[in-house]
Structures are given as C-alpha cells and as structure tokens.
Design a protein around this ligand. Structure first.
Ligand SMILES: [Mn+2]
Length: 323
C-alpha cells in the first residue's frame, strides 16, 4: 500500500476532526489546513480548523474558511480527533493538551526537524510545503473540488515565495502544472498574494531601506525596529513582514538582519535572511534560535539598540570570515 493510501486509511478510521495549525499561521498553514478540511469533507468526515490566531491579512481576499476559534487559555474540546498540519513541534501549535484524554492523532508536516508529538506522523522534508503533501493525498482520494486545489496552490506558492526559494523541486513544479490543469487561476492568485501590498507595509519597507546600515563591504544590512519607531510612523507589527527580505534584495547584500524590539523593551526578536551562501542557522544558534539556512530567527537582549546591533554584527563578522 502506498504511503498516501495508508494515510487515507488512517483518516477513514476517525471522525470529527479539529485541524491544528501553528501560531501566527502563514499561507501554508492556512492553505494546507483548508485543503485538508475539504479533503476530509470529501471523505464524508466532519472537520474544522482550530486556531486562536486569525489568518494573516494577505489571505483576506480568500473566502472565509470556517475557523473554529477558541481562546488560547481554553483546551481543545474532548470528543474531537486532533490532526496537526505544517506543525513541526508540540510548542508551535500552542495548545496545552496535557489534560486531554486523547493527544494528537496525526501530524502531517514537511519540516526537517521537529518532535514526535502525535500518535501517527507523515513527514516529507522534500516537500516544499505541507500543501504538497495534502495535494498528493487529495489526488489519491479523488477530490475534485476546485476550492481544494486553490487552497493547495496558496500553500505551495506562499511557502516557496512564489516558486523562487531553494525548497522548490521538480516535484513542486509538476504539482503546480497539475494545479493549472485542474483550473487554478495562478495569475490571479499570484497577483493577490504577491502584488497587493498595503501602503503601510510599503512605507515600512521604504523606511527600512533608508534607515538601514551596511557593513563588511555592504554584505550585511541591519535595521532595528523599536517601539518608538512604530509609534512615530503609525505602523504596527503586521506591517513589518517584508523587512528582512526587502534588505536582502539589495544588490551586494548577502545577509540581512532585522531586529524587532519586543513589547517589554530591551529585548529583540532577530530575523536573519541570506541570499546565496551564509548559513543563518549557525548565527541564530548563538542567539537561542534556529530555522533554515536562508531564513532563521533568534532572540537578543541589550540595553541599547546600538549595543544590540553591535553584538549581532560581531558574531556575523566572525562567521562571514569563514566564507
Ligand atoms: Mn510550511
């Protein structure tokens, strides 16, 4: 029996699914969860997506998926089968399941690292997005609902930066071509997903480029967003999602570093992005973080912005010398 057939037989054994996604869900989390919900419905099952965080604003053009909204302090109710998609580790879905009789029944994921928090797991690290796995599963199950294919496309297109990142494989393009064959309007979705920036995000990007400083022959760009900066410019956290990629896009920049001051002040969330060769995970490991080679995150504490940036640049310089 193929792995996908086995997965389908696992799904056929239960009902009343609650689909868990990671906190601050992205396009893959929402897209693959919605596709999975439609797939389960095709199998004659009841299924809902459970998330305490709303979907990101850039997905608001999509028809509303029926979110089973619950406050984080509550427990997912008993009597449901929990299934996690695009969730690498227990802590990412954010629910405390310790008092529940039944834990997570199945985990479907594509991250290289993670933990075994579910009874059954299907992890394919060669998949660019969880949406690739759910797509395969849907084809195996004979799903024909156009909304299913659209949700798969949203998942895959967003997790690959519109088919530009190094996680894209031949398989990703094959799936994309099949999605076109099945009627997905890729030009419309690409424009809605990647060319519909709100003006405040564009403003934040511009301020970041003009405010950034450049180091080591322009190979490293760094910018810090303080709480004062947000207040002065009428910006919110949601407008900062593109900063690290905006800096990385600049000619000659190999590594972009964006620090965001946390609410409490004096502590920063670091987001590191590299273009060709710099391994961001090595740098972020020194700041109790991790991620992927081209995109990683970490945390830093420092009394002033200047000191925070200096700490980070010092470590980045030591690593840059190795290339
Ligand atoms: Mn993903």
């Amino acid at each position: 029996m193929s792995a996908y057939k086995e997965l389908l037989s696992l799904l056929s054994m239960r009902d009343d699914y609650l689909i868990l996604i990671h906190r601050n869900p992205d396009g893959d989390a929402v897209g693959s969860a919605e596709a999975l919900r439609l797939l389960l419905r095709h199998l004659g099952k009841r299924a809902q997506i459970l998330s305490a965080d709303p979907p990101p604003k850039y997905l608001s053009f999509l028809p509303d998926a029926p979110f089973f909204s619950l406050e984080r302090r509550e427990q997912p109710p008993e009597g449901y089968t929990l299934i996690a998609v695009d969730v690498a580790s227990q802590k990412q879905h954010g629910w405390d399941l310790s008092e529940r009789e039944q834990g997570v029944y199945l985990k479907i994921d594509h991250h290289k690292t993670g933990d075994d928090f579910a009874k059954h797991a299907f992890v394919d690290p060669t998949a660019s997005a969880a949406g690739e796995i759910v797509y395969r599963l849907g084809v195996e199950a004979g799903v024909t609902d156009p909304a299913f294919f659209t949700a798969c496309y949203v998942a895959i297109a967003t997790d690959t930066g519109c088919f530009r990142y190094s996680n894209v494989t031949k398989k990703t393009f094959l799936i994309a071509s099949e999605l076109i064959e099945r009627g997905v309007d890729t030009a419309y979705l690409n424009a809605a997903l990647f060319e519909s920036k709100d003006k405040k995000t564009a403003l934040a990007n511009a301020l970041c480029i003009t405010g950034a400083s450049f180091h080591f022959d322009g190979r490293v760009a760094i910018f810090t967003v303080t709480n004062d900066f947000l207040a002065q410019n009428g910006l919110q956290k949601e407008h900062l999602s593109e900063l690290s990629s905006v800096l990385r896009e600049l000619e000659g920049v190999e590594l972009s570093l964006v620090l965001k001051e946390k609410e409490e002040g004096g502590t920063y969330r670091i987001s590191a992005r590299s273009k060709h060769y710099f391994d961001c995970t090595v740098l972020m490991a020194q700041f109790s973080g991790g991620g992927h080679a081209r995109a990683a995150g970490g945390d830093l504490q420092a009394p002033t912005v200047k000191q925070a940036e200096e700490q980070l640049l010092l470590q980045a310089e030591a690593l840059l010398l190795q290339y």
